[in-house]
Structures are given as C-alpha cells and as structure tokens.
Design a protein around this ligand. Sequence first.
Ligand code: BGC
Length: 728
Amino acid sequence: MRIHFFRAGAIGFALAWSAASILGAENQPRYLDASQPVETRVDDLLSRMTLEEKISIVHADSKFSTAAVPRLGIPRRWVDDGPHGVREDVGPYSWNAVGGTNDFATWLPVLSALGSTWNTDLAAAYGDVIGSEARARDKDVMLAPIVDIARTPLCGRIYEYLGEDPFLNARLGVNYVEGLQSNGVAACIKHFAGNNQECGRETINMDMDDRTLREIYLPPFEAAVKEAHVWSVMGAYSKFRGENCAYNDYLINHLLKGEWQFPGFVMSDWGGTHGTAEAVRGGLDVEMGTLVGSEEPSAYSKFFLAQPFLDGIRLGEYPVSLLDDKVRRSLRVMIATGVLDPRPAGSLNTPEHQAVARRIAEESMVLLKNKNHALPLNLSGIKSVAVIGENAVRHNANGFFGAGVKTPFEITPLDGIKQLVGDKAGVTYSAGYAKNGGGSNLVAEAVAAAKNADVAIVVAGLSHIRSQDDEGVDRVSLSLPYGQDELIRQVAQANPRTIVVLVSGPAIELGPWLAQVPAVLQAHYSGMEGGRALANILFGEVNPSGKLTVTYPRQLSDSPAHALGTYPGTNGTLFYKEGLLVGYRWFDAKKIEPAFPFGYGLSYTTFKYSDLKLVPADGTNEIVTAQFEIKNTGKVAGAEVAQLYVHEKNPSVMRPEKELKGFKKVFLKPGETQTVTIPLDQRAFAFYDPAKTGWVAETGDYQIEIGSSSRDVRLKEHFHLGQTVVTK
Ligand code: BGC
C-alpha cells in the first residue's frame, strides 16, 4: 500500500513561512511569531484581513473544509468525523469516498463501548489515538466526542453515545478531549445541546425545565469547556425553545459564550443552518454542510454566512464586529492548536494504537449473566465450538454517515475465536438467519451445529442499517430483528451450554430467551481488535470488567420517555416531561425493576467492599472524601468499578433518589486489597436553582452510597453538610 503523509501543519508553516519571506524576516508579522501570546497573534492577523477574507473562513468551501487565505499563510482548515476513528476522505464536493490509499485509520470501539469501560485513562488514550491519527491525516478539527445523553434506548445513534448519566459522560468526555487536543488538533464536542433522538432531529423543537437542562443535559458540555478547554462545539440540528440550537441566543450567546466564557468557535451540524440573520446574531461561527442544490465549488458562496452575510454587512444590516468575533474565534483556535507553526506529525494505525483499541474492547464488554460459571470456557474440556449468527462475521467499521472508519483490518468474533482456539478444538460457523430472510433451513443448520458441539456461541445483535444502530432514524423496538429471539431459543434447547454475545448499541430486550441461556455478554461494536478481545474474554484470558452505562429496561414502556408518551414529540414539539428522571433516576423513583441496572456488570472474580469512612476535606472546593477498601476475594485477577452515589435525605426541592457523583476502576490480583478514595466537591451535593441562577449545596443530611452497580449498594454512610453553599 502506498502511504503518502501530507501534513497540514507543514503546509500551514510553509505558507506562513512564504508570507514571512515575502515581507522579509525583519518585518515578520507578529502573528507568525510563535513566542507572542495567542491573543496578540490573533489581533495582528485579524487586523490584516479584508472583509472578503474574513467571510471566507466562516463558512465551508467543501464538504469538510473552510477556505485558505494564502496571502496571509492561513491554510485550509480540514475537519473530519468522528468519534471512533478518523473517517475516510470524501468529496471534496460530494459525499463519495475519494478511494485514497492513505485515508485509513484505527477503528476504535464505539463510544457506548468506551463508556462501558468506566476508565478515564482509556478515554484519554482513545482521544490521543484520534488526535495523533488526525495529525497524520491532515485534520485540524475532529468532530468528536459526542456527549449527548442517552435519553431513549431507541435512539439510532445510541451506540455513539457514552451513556445516560451526565457525571459519567462529563468525566469520560473531558479526558477524551484532553487526549485529542494534546496533539494540536481541536475537538468539536457535539451535539449542543439535546440531540437525544434521531426521529425528527432536524425539525423538532424541544424544551425542558431549567434544572433538567443544567443538571442532566449540559454538564458534559460545561465540563468540556471549563475543564478540558475544548476548542469547538457543534450545534445540534434541533430547536430549543423555538430557536435552532446552533444559533440559539440563550444556549450559545448567553450560556456557552457568556456564562461559561467559551473562547472557541461554534460550528453548525451539516445542513443545520437555515437563515443568515439568525445565524449571524445567534452566535454561529462556522457554517457547514448547507444544502445549496449543487455540488460545484462556487455553490459555497450561497451559504447563509457567505455572500448573504457579506451583502448584509455592506448594507449595514450587521456590524463588522459580529463578523470579527466569529473570525477571531476561528483564528484563536488555529493559532492555539499550532496551525501556523510546526506541529507534531502524528502517526497512523501503529501497533500501539491497535493495542489501545484492543484494551478498550476488553474493558468494555459487559457480562450480563453467568449462571454456574458458564464462562469462561475452558479449552481443555471442549473439542467443538459452534459459532452462530451473522454478527459473528459481519464487518461493522463502516458505521454509518459520520461514525464509520476505513479500517485496515477488522477481527470479527469468528476470526477472534478461531485464532484463539487454534487446533485445540473444531470451530464451525452457521449464519442462523439472513438479513434478507433466509428461511427455516438456516435455523435448522444452526441448531444441528449446536447439537453436535460442546458449546454454542450465538453472536446476535444489530447492525448499522436503517432502523437499527444508524444515524437519522431511530429503532422501532428493543427486540432483536430477523427472528434472532427464536434462533437463540432453539439453539439453547439443542445445547444448554449456549452463550449469547450481543453486538449492538444498548439496550436490547433479552426477555424472550434470557432464562434459557446460562451466559450473556454485551460486546458492543468493538473496534478493529474486537474479535480478539471477545475471544480473550470468552476463554478467560481476560476478565470482563465493563459496566452498563444505560439501564436495560424489561420493556420499552418502562423507560421514562416512553412511559410518559413524550417520544418522539407531538406536532413537532418535544417536551422532556420526565425532567430530571432520566435513566436510572426514573427507575429508582418509580420503583421499576430493570432487566439490568445502570452500572451493572459481572466479573469472573468477586469483590468485597468494606470500611467506608468520610474524611472531611482540607481543600478549598472539596467538601469530603469517601475512603473505603475493595478486596478481590476470588481466584483470578480482575477489575471492579466502584460507584459512588449521593442521596439527599430531606431535600427542599425534588431530587432524584440517588445520583452518580464519583467512580473508580481498580485492578486487583486475587487476594489483593486496595484503598479507594473518591473526593466530593460542592457540585456533588448541589442542585441547580434557577431563581438564584446558581448551584446550591444545601445544609442537611445526605447518604453516601458505594455500589457495584446503581442497584447493588455495598456500603453506606451518613454525611451532614453544615452550611449551604451557593456557587455559579
Ligand atoms: C452528524 C454529525 C457529523 C456530520 C458530518 C451529521 O449528520 O449529525 O455528527 O459530524 O454529519 O458528517
């Protein structure tokens, strides 16, 4: 394969250098002097730009770029999806893949898998791989990560989401962004704020009360801005309180740029801009993907922030200061990420990157059931393995729209199992069903294979097609398609040692066969190394340590958005009636038994929790530190995700029963004990008070609960907060 690395930094530097040489070294403009503060360089560069040059960088000039300003050495700005690896190159003026030889990338496990690791170090490593590969592939801005909340399990993009809890999303999102941006690439966190379903996403007008917005949907974005200093934000397609999210005066001007002091730029989603005046005034800084009815390069001048914006300025409709603010934000990000200076080269799909992909896959798989230690499988007692199900051989890296990656290889479940088993046992494969209908002979073949084998592994699930795990449309039910429920039932009847592996986003309805099978593993879409990771878990080379980040309901109607009938909205409007009670908060409040709770996941070993102490904190922002012991009481090494939930006993306002406010993943050898400490700050106790426009941690009694899942609390301790603290 011919590999040709073209580095944007090098181009930017070359252009800048030529500008400097035209001007003469002694007259080098300040914006090219890397020793100057970013703002000085921005001011200088902005002051040299013409009106037309400024306009040229606030809208796209191809599917995934904004224009260069060669006169000043500003290179073309390349942006790209996506969350799971640097997307293959398309266009530039069409959605067709260019078919290049150097546009491949590491395919990492999807974000619902990353979430399930509950490992913040892995989130940073994930971002670092994306950032490094973005550099190697000439990308300046990566359209990732997604930190939207998984509000309904039907959401077509739920596999791209980290989960249903704002605290967990924030912790993982922050580390992802930091890892990515450490490579001199801007992250573009998305979709701000409230792309929680695909159904009607481009037109729906959503609303919710202020506490719900602040406490559930905004925290991951707020943390990315305030802690990770994310450089760009993508507006959601939908409307919020009647105005488009990408240029919503309240969300963008007031909250993001005002209250949170976000210094970077806001980019539209592709085709998410619908008017010049509202976009100009509502705070949109870069317009992408508008449909102008033609794929010609000249069509880009018709964008709302192109010629119409320029005309408006010339006619005095918009002050130049509005344009300057948008340009300044783009220049600030370019300069801060080193676009005008020499930048690190990055590297593509190295063995180290592949190892990160494998480790994430291994830590993400969630063992949902393991009756009588059905797993791990011990090859010394197994001579034949029947692998069943199309998902055992399907390649999933192409994702859908922005979530796909051109991976150099993809180890499927069947590949992984065959590689690990080698010649120690025979491995057969039968499809069991076909997507386009395959009739009962496929089921019969699978059942016969299962009957003749020592163990049957059914790799069931979904794929990236319409109405499954796919962008732009939602699922229609939580059931497995293509008669897979019946297939599993029949295989389990033929061979009681049937293991079910799910390749899908969360959540699947397992009720029709759960009682019949001894073991179930949620494996997600687990990246290029996924099949190897899966085999390592099935055969005990790796101990599973993933935990659910989404509640698995027993039936869809148990989920809040569906129980209240608010999904998918009425007459174009969607009110989030469940308010704060999203995910486990709802199941707790309504005392509904889920199929599997948030935070749940089994291990091949056991853990004992003990000795919870609450140590008053000496730090400024910190209120108290929870300290406890975890011991691995089993025979194999393993990792446990200890979760800390806060419950306020007599709140003055409605509060969820308990909320995740801390977690730690600990790795323990058999017999080993570790002391875990989890600090709690003011926010861990606070609710948002719209009247005070601030966060109130009120004086009173709290219970600190330490659990192995949200429904398996192992330790509890009472805590009294002596005085009310209000922060902004
Ligand atoms: C998606 C974004 C994506 C963009 C560009 C849109 O359809 O919503 O997440 O970044 O396309 O591919």
